[in-house]
Design a protein around this ligand. Structure first.
Ligand code: 13P
Length: 286
């Protein structure tokens, strides 16, 4: 299967009241683990790079080539969407040039009129090349790779204006947070999600998918969330499995220090996490 854009996949998800998972990659192991989970479950998947992860890996072109070559090398047969997560204006333009299948232009920190104008520009550039676009209204609390949000709840009128630009999916601030949720977190704002879902037929995106209880995720999906982003949970699963391997002294046994052995439990833990989330999201087989 070649890489594909998200248009039809996410439209169908919204209509069918299920979600497709969007998982952040950081390196080769992450990429392989996410793709292996998609292939095993036979479901479409979105792999995304934040600006920080792309910088760490060597740039957008390298990331796109890594995912594309790994899809080929692993004989992946399900649809894979290569996406830019929380891009600024320059990053979104660069990923459109490089040939990502989908880009997020995150203008939440701009005055709304400027967010709207720049979203329109990115939509025109991306759609001319068959590339999907995600925009953001309100903001996602917490911090991810230097992108900080106060967690403003999305305004319905602003959300409508952004949806009218023709974006393919819209990230909404509904009390969700990047990273680990604080113990006193109030939960998702379902009243606002209901209003957004009633007003807009564009597939909606839930960021900060790590640590939200399953019942809340399932309910949000039934109300219009079609894409759920997960990053921190894969990082935590990788770190835990790797720590256990080292604490058990396995790196000191034979050639246990070989990176292909040392990184294997963490990579499997990412795959397991992704498979479990795919099941939560109700993604049907491709
Ligand atoms: P988490 O790291 O909280 O899962 O958030 C991921 C995300 O929303 C990526 O944009």
């Amino acid at each position: 299967m070649v890489l594909t854009n998200g248009n039809e996949i996410f439209k169908k998800a919204r209509e069918g009241k299920y979600a497709v998972g969007a998982f952040n990659t950081n390196n080769l192991e992450w990429t392989r683990a996410i793709l292996a989970a998609a292939e095993k479950t036979q479901t479409p998947i979105l792999i995304q790079t934040s600006m920080g992860a792309a910088k760490y890996m060597g740039g957008y072109e390298l990331c796109k080539n890594l995912v594309e070559s790994t899809v080929k090398a692993m004989n992946i047969t399900v649809p894979v969407i290569m996406h830019l997560d929380h891009g600024n204006y320059e990053a979104a333009k660069e990923c459109i040039e490089v040939g990502y299948n989908s880009v997020m232009f995150d203008g939440h920190d701009l005055p709304f009129a400027e967010n709207l104008e720049k979203t329109k520009e990115i939509v025109a550039l991306a759609h001319a090349k068959g590339i999907s676009v995600e925009a953001e209204v309100g903001s996602i609390g917490g911090e991810e790779d230097g992108i900080v949000g106060a967690g403003e709840i999305a305004d319905v009128d602003e959300a409508k204006q952004l949806a009218d630009t023709g974006v393919d999916y819209l990230a909404v601030g509904i009390g969700n947070i990047h990273g680990v949720y604080p113990a006193n977190w109030q939960g998702l704002n379902f009243d606002r999600l209901q209003e957004l879902g009633d007003a807009i037929k564009t597939p909606l995106v839930l960021h900060g998918g790590s640590g939200i209880p399953k019942e809340q995720i399932v309910k949000a999906i039934s109300m219009g969330i079609s894409k759920v982003n997960v990053n921190t949970e894969c990082q935590l699963a990788f770190a835990k499995a790797t720590r256990e391997y080292i604490e058990a002294g396995k790196d000191l046994e034979g050639k246990g220090f070989d990176p292909r052995k040392l990184l294997a439990p963490g990579t499997q833990a990412i795959q397991d996490t992704v498979e479990e989330r795919i099941e939560w999201f109700g993604t049907p087989k491709a």
